[in-house]
Design a protein around this ligand. Structure first.
Ligand SMILES: [Zn+2]
Length: 258
């Protein structure tokens, strides 16, 4: 029981010891409930950053909070059960301030749903501002999306036929490969759509025009996905994020000493 890095699996005295006395960082996955095509479950945006966070937590000695499982709307590009932007911002702010109250001073939001980014950043900004008013000046948050840690070298290996871009990766090779590696029972490759990558106009229309999104719900085909690619992607993300957090937290600690 004591070995777990998952906060929900700890008894409170162990949690309090690790957060307050040992100053472990806390990683908070942030995702969405969203369709990911006919071949996959609707929860990759929660499961993938959560699995990456646990592996990073084991690597750098951080704890992993329960995921924020509802995300911001995907607009034109896919259907989901979402929350409004300000709701997400305030949820992030509240959760950050709670962990600060418990004594945590180093946090990382591990994002798994593209559209969450700026609303999560707003929550971070509000939390830091309010904590300063309360006299807490050493609270640090790293905000990242895991796919930004996939290196060009890995992209070349995963997409030998050419990279379609993260914008159309929804339900595509990246997420499907990672799910095949981590949660294969939630993927059925026999149902993978085989259409080409979606293309979008350089503007959005409200309300959205449904015909502009492929009926499969995928923005590119996951036909080339595999568990081996998933293992490679997982490894590069865990490595990159672990390194980034060591650097960011260390830089803050050094700045505080000056
Ligand atoms: Zn997704």
């Amino acid at each position: 029981m004591e070995k777990s890095v998952v906060i929900g699996e700890l008894a409170w005295p162990e949690y309090a010891r690790r957060v307050k006395e040992e100053a472990h960082p806390i990683l908070i996955p942030i995702g969405a409930l969203e369709q990911h095509g006919p071949h996959m479950s609707m929860n990759p945006d929660v499961l993938l950053p959560s699995a990456i966070a646990v592996a990073v937590g084991q690597e750098i000695g951080a704890l992993v909070a329960p995921a924020i499982a509802y995300g911001y709307k995907s607009q034109q590009r896919s259907g989901m059960t979402s929350v409004d932007g300000h709701t997400l911002s305030l949820t992030v702010k509240d959760v950050l301030k709670e962990f600060a109250r418990h004594g945590a001073r180093k946090i990382c939001l591990v994002n798994g749903h593209f559209e969450n980014s700026m609303f999560a950043v707003e929550g971070v900004d509000l939390a830091i501002r309010e904590l300063r008013w309360e006299g807490i000046h050493d609270f640090q948050v790293v905000m990242l999306s895991y796919w930004d840690f996939v290196t060009d070298k890995t992209i070349a290996r995963i997409y030998p036929e050419g990279f379609p871009g993260w914008a159309v990766e929804h339900g595509g090779v990246l997420e499907t490969s990672l799910m095949l590696h981590l949660h294969p029972h939630l993927v059925d490759m026999s149902c993978v759509p085989r259409h080409g990558a979606a293309s979008f106009e350089p503007y959005d229309v409200f309300p959205p025009i449904p015909e502009w999104t492929p009926t499969s719900g995928c923005l590119s085909s996951a036909a080339a996905a595999s568990a081996e690619k998933g293992a490679l992607l997982f490894e590069v993300c865990v490595e990159g994020i672990s390194r980034a957090l060591r650097v960011a937290y260390d830089a803050r600690a050094k700045a505080a000493q000056v």
